[in-house]
Design a protein around this ligand. Structure first.
Ligand code: ATP
Ligand code: MG
Length: 439
């Protein structure tokens, strides 16, 4: 991508309305624009990152055997009356009337709708287990929308729903999602820690939140130090295996959100309990027959009896993740994208656009990387070098390649690692090698 063609409306000043660093940087780097309180447009840079995060999540869901569907944002109030949540959900639910005076709502979550789909088509245990997921915008009329996309009113969620014939197999399905979450956050370059959690309005008996440790997080959490340092060695998971043992590796540590914290459950023989803060990026629930009972989503079991199906639901806050990843990866100059979700790997910066030699080398390099990996943003604008460098740091691509008259003279060019700040001076061929090795 040529920066001269790229719509990235960078702000020079810190926006007044932003309180936390991810919100400040997302506005300053031209990633989002507020449209109403807690409602945002995603501009190109933001959209690319959101898409990368979404794709990683989607891929892991499919690997774990889930089926992608797409349910609408608007739902009929009828099914919510069946489950009993129409009244319970209160003011967070955006209620709408259509021209025929029928009650609709903008979905804050999809347990009811997916249960309706299920009960229409699935009648027998033979068709189970089944997992349906979708990636769709949700609306919750939050009391205090804040921190940009972290607590929005409209936000993008991946939500999956499992259906099983009995308690034991539904725990298996829960474990599959638990491990899929461990994997998908890791693939985003993140460490998300599973913690025992409260079930809130979704309900149920077993629940974990996945939390990224960050001072600006809204959740107070209690974690055993060991778990903070714990690195599992799993690379890929066979989702056909029994995953209980793998799940136990994580759940044997003490980790709980404030609501579930009980110091008497913490065995402190050799360990330290740490109280810290974090951002909830995922939440999984096992709630058995809570919705299938009132909504009569029944199946015939092995004995031929009709029973309400056992369910769980599994959410990932995809738009919140963009903010959360920035909270966990930045410095005073801007964002530092983990390479896994970075919009591009390389930022070529022409320090003297208009200079023939600089333009030629930059263009040659740009074409080379484009042909190899398409993974490059080229700052070909004619702004001052200082402004270009500051913008490159703000946008935060993993590698900057700086091409200026001095480098041309010495035939050595600066390759700067955004994260460490380290600069290597490489010849043109060494640069090409680096790109190829890194691809
Ligand atoms: P929170 O406790 O943060 O209000 P929740 O428990 O109500 O979240 P869930 O119903 O578990 O949220 O939704 C699944 C995921 O969706 C959450 O883990 C979170 O990452 C994301 N999410 C929830 N509410 C918001 C919001 N207002 N803005 C952005 N993301 C959200
Ligand atoms: Mg939650």
């Amino acid at each position: 991508m040529l920066l001269s063609r790229f719509f990235v409306p960078v702000l020079k000043e810190n926006p007044k309305e932003a309180e936390i660093i991810s919100h400040i940087y997302m506005l300053r780097a031209g990633m989002i624009q507020q449209s109403a309180s807690g409602i945002y447009s995603w501009l190109p840079l933001g959209k690319i990152v959101l898409e990368k995060i979404t794709e990683i999540c989607r891929r892991e869901m499919l690997k774990a055997g889930a089926n992608e569907i797409l349910m609408p944002t608007l739902q009929s109030a009828e099914i919510w009356k069946e489950s009993g949540r129409y009244e319970d959900y209160g003011k967070e639910m955006l209620r709408i009337k259509d021209r025929n005076n029928r009650n609709l709502l903008y979905g804050p979550t999809n347990e009811e709708l997916v249960t309706e789909i299920f009960r229409t088509h699935v009648k027998s245990y033979k068709e189970l287990p089944l997992n349906l997921f979708h990636i769709q915008w949700k609306f919750r009329d939050e009391l205090r929308p804040r921190f940009g996309v972290m607590r929005g009113r409209e936000f993008l969620m991946k939500d999956a729903y499992s259906f099983d014939v009995d308690y034991n197999s539904s725990i298996k399905s829960y474990n599959i999602m638990f491990m899929a979450y461990i994997q998908l956050f890791k693939k985003m370059g993140l460490k998300a820690i599973p913690m025992k959690a409260d079930t809130g309005p979704i309900g149920g008996d077993l629940s974990h939140e996945f939390i990224i440790i960050a001072d600006t997080g809204e959740s107070e959490v209690y974690v055993e130090r060991e778990l903070l340092n714990f690195k599992d060695s799993l690379t890929n998971i066979n989702y056909e295996d029994d995953l209980q043992e793998k799940v136990n590796k994580f759940t044997s540590f003490y980790a709980a959100t404030e609501e579930k914290h009980d110091a008497s459950n913490f065995d402190n023989k050799n360990n330290t309990l740490i109280k810290t803060r974090g951002i909830e990026v995922g939440h999984i629930f096992h709630f058995g027959q809570k919705y299938s009972s009132p909504m009569r989503a029944t199946i015939s079991d092995r004995q031929g009896d009709n029973i309400p199906v056992f369910m769980g639901s599994y959410g990932v806050g995809l738009s919140r993740l963009v903010g959360a990843i920035i909270e966990a990866n930045h410095d005073q100059n801007g964002i530092i994208w983990p390479s896994e979700i970075s919009p591009w790997d390389y930022n070529i910066i022409n320090l003297k656009s208009g200079d023939n030699d600089c333009d030629n080398i930059c263009l040659k390099l740009y074409n080379f990387i484009n042909n190899n990996t398409s993974n490059v943003l080229y700052d070909n604008t004619d702004e001052r070098a200082g402004a270009k460098l500051a913008r490159a740091d703000l946008i935060g691509l993993p590698y900057q390649i700086l091409i200026g008259p001095k480098g041309i003279k010495e035939e050595l060019y600066d390759l700067k690692c955004r994260k460490s700040g380290e600069i290597s001076r490489l010849s043109y061929n060494e640069l090409l090698n680096f790109v190829q090795m890194n691809a």
